[in-house]
Write a new protein. Structure first.
Lengths: 256, 256
């Protein structure tokens, strides 16, 4: 892709994982509401995602958008996710469609479907013998109002895809941590996404051929209840990490 | 049900269809942002659905809610559906959960899934020989931003069901018209909902035993691409009308 890639929420954790792997692979236009600290691998725009005029300006000449900006707190109050995540996503999708951008890769979240983790299913769901899988075709069941806002972003993406010919890939990001997976937290191990797999997944979402997709963003963990089949098939995602590599006691703790 | 039923958007078309059939069946608390014209079959509260305090007051002692209020225009602008439909639905669901209301019946819309009507599928989709069906398990594909707001209301309902034990039934209402179905409009005939079937469907949604449901609200039309199987099975919906009764020329026009 020769045209610049606009990365909103560039200074957040997901943005840093992406730039850590792909700084030299694209011409980046980075956007965040706070000014950057230190050197940046591209032009940097300081703007809030709710500032429609600034977002429209930032789309100029852009080939693709990775939209990460928003309130990232699972416990964020409704007023904040309504404004920053729902209205913010609408602003980005519409500005992208109006600017004839090819695609938007949207950071959705495991919290869009967290309520599938019922008392009956957990903790078995988090263990490698369990074969229950979510695959992205299921209806949302949010964990929280943040998850409601992410599910709404997916629906907005569907609308802008169907009516404005925007390619849209929604990535339900798992538990992204640098270096090792969460310790003593089975759920986090089941939905772990390493920094390098994160960068690779977004790279594929920028390059692959698709129309509208919802995929899960996790590493190839032995423990998993999100299918990564769709990401493999459509995006060519080929994850290198597995939380089991840090988890020598799992089989023992399951008594198998 | 002995406790009052709160009906928001009582003066709108769906509200009038419901009250036309069920005025004497429940103790109604009617709510609309505009004062009523004429006699009403219950207490009438004039309040806007975005007025959180008024909505909380209106929930006092209520057993069930039918939530219809919102901007009903398919072409409504984003700012209006964001405020009236999305934020409004959140206000109603949360106030209902806080007031220990048993259930909320939410007026969703065919516009939550209108983009399944692709150029490839139409107009065959609207004809009685076509066996393609949406059944409520499919992901939303909104026709418009109004449809996005209705899909978001469904997700909010799922959240308040899963976390606050509220029973929620989302009714994707078709094309509601009084007396006869739309003339010379195959799509409208396929999703026609008569006034009496509408009242009956909401009656069943107030009485049946369920947890969280998404059902289609149409009459038993020969032309249909929404399944009413789920409404029959879970709610005991037994529609009496069929747009084909007004449509003697359909078979001839299909050449079969």
């Amino acid at each position: 892709m020769d045209d610049p890639v606009l990365l909103t929420g560039a200074s957040g954790r997901v943005g840093q994982a992406i730039l850590g792997g792909l700084a030299d692979e694209y011409e980046w236009r980075l956007l965040d509401r706070d000014p950057p600290t230190g050197d940046q691998p591209g032009e940097f725009v300081v703007a809030d995602v709710t500032d429609e005029e600034a977002i429209r300006d930032a789309m100029d000449g852009v080939g693709a958008v990775i939209h990460l900006a928003g309130d990232p707190r699972p416990e964020a109050p409704w007023d904040s996710v309504l404004t920053n995540n729902i209205d913010g996503a609408k602003t980005v999708f519409e500005a992208a469609a109006d600017a004839d951008v090819d695609r938007v890769v949207f950071a959705s979240s495991n919290h869009a479907v967290g309520a599938y983790e019922t008392d009956e299913r957990t903790p078995g769901l988090y263990r490698s013998h369990d074969e229950y899988r979510l695959d992205g075709t299921e209806l949302p069941r949010p964990s929280n109002l943040y998850g409601v806002s992410k599910a709404t972003g997916e629906v907005l993406g569907r609308y802008y895809h169907d009516h404005r010919d925007l390619r849209v890939c929604c990535v339900r990001i798992g538990n992204l941590t640098e270096s090792h997976p969460p310790i003593d937290y089975e759920r986090g191990q089941a939905m772990w996404l390493s920094y390098r797999d994160c960068a690779h997944l977004f790279d594929r979402a920028l390059r692959a051929d698709y129309e509208y997709e919802i995929v899960y963003g996790i590493s190839d963990n032995d423990r998993k209840y999100y299918s990564i089949d769709r990401a493999r098939e459509v995006l060519g995602y080929d994850p290198q990490d597995n939380s089991a590599a840090w988890d020598g006691d799992e089989r023992a703790s399951e008594g198998s």
